[in-house]
Design a protein around this ligand. Structure first.
Ligand code: SF4
Length: 328
């Protein structure tokens, strides 16, 4: 398998709004960092979701992240231990039938044995990016770890680099699903997926293998009243995220069991001692996310240069990326 990622990073951002009308306003997710709830117009900008052939076969997520990166329990713990709990984001799904879900906030949420199930992935604050050879930057929901200047991953091949990113798009190819590379090719031209041959990938964690390892089960559905509503509205609070991330970190692969010790430890990690400002203490991630949302609120139309990331991320301690020229 060989891919051409230069000037792309299509799998690290939600770029479909670029197709809609050129007014690529971003989706401001998370009440603790953003200001916004999705509008119906933004919800409609999902050309790859909700297609007739998908609807029967798969459960629809409550959120509208088109490139969600599911993390394993051990990866969730590693991000927490690195002071990067602010980077994490849960995802729920609508159940396909009433019998496979639980009713919360007027929605039937997918569940296993009466426990609502969810993934934990990476957040996408709005960043000014110019992918696919575009000359002008646009605010787009972009992975917290993507350097908007070089469009390279700040944690590529590091200890925290997620298995899912390492395997992409191999997992899609193995499951005979369209890849983001092909979607970008269809929309903007160019050659992204250069070689589609692939090895048999490990780590897919399908079915019951996923429970407690990548698919987490919340043991107290009643505690999620209000949380599910906010997840669907893109308005999760830090406390909401802390509850779900703590359950994920406290999970045990292969079972729905939760470790009280790990739950309390993880929750404290996400919430920190000063809930207003410094949940993760030393990490650059939380302050950078809040800064991105604030800049987005203040200058939706006047999009700044991606190089503003030097002030928002690098000056706070984010690792630099090498640029493509340096890799040739
Ligand atoms: S962790 Fe890196 S490779 Fe994965 S989505 Fe984020 S920026 Fe992209």
């Amino acid at each position: 398998m060989e891919v051409n990622c230069e000037d792309c990073a299509g799998c690290c951002m939600d770029w479909q709004s670029l197709l809609a009308d050129g007014d690529a306003s971003t989706t401001a997710r998370d009440a603790d960092g953003g200001d916004g709830r999705r509008t119906d117009r933004q919800r409609a900008r999902k050309p790859f979701a909700g297609r007739d052939d998908d609807r029967e076969a798969s459960r629809e997520p409550l959120d509208d992240d088109t490139n969600f990166v599911p993390l394993t329990r051990d990866e969730v713990r590693a991000f927490l231990e690195s002071g990067m709990g602010a980077a994490l984001q849960p995802r729920f799904w609508h159940a396909r039938t009433e019998s496979e879900g639980v009713e919360i906030d007027g929605r039937t949420v997918a569940a296993v044995a009466g426990r609502p199930v969810f993934f934990v992935g990476l957040r996408k604050p709005p960043k000014p990016v110019a992918p696919f050879g575009r000359e002008e930057p646009t605010w787009l929901p972009t992975c917290v770890f993507l350097d908007p200047t070089t469009l390279q991953c700040r944690i590529h091949d590091g200890d925290l680099y997620p298995d899912e990113c390492r395997a992409y798009p191999e997992h899609n190819l193995a499951l005979e699903q369209e890849t983001e590379c092909e979607r970008v090719e269809s929309a903007f031209g160019g050659d992204r997926l250069l070689e589609a041959d692939h090895d048999d990938p490990g780590g897919l964690l399908l079915g019951s293998q996923a429970i407690g390892a990548k698919l987490f089960c919340h043991p107290r559905p009643d505690d999620l009243e209000g949380v599910v509503d906010r997840a669907a509205a893109g308005a999760l609070t830090r406390r909401d995220r802390a509850e779900l991330i703590a359950v994920a970190a406290a999970s045990s692969p292969g079972t729905p069991a939760i470790s009280d010790h790990h739950y309390e430890r993880a929750k404290t990690r996400v919430l920190g001692t000063n809930e207003g400002n410094s949940a993760d203490g030393e990490s650059w991630v939380g302050p950078a996310i809040r800064d991105w949302y604030q800049r987005y609120r203040e200058s939706r139309k006047a999009v700044p240069s991606p190089t503003v990331a030097d002030a928002v991320e690098t000056d706070r301690g984010a690792p630099e990326t090498p640029d493509w020229d340096a890799l040739e």
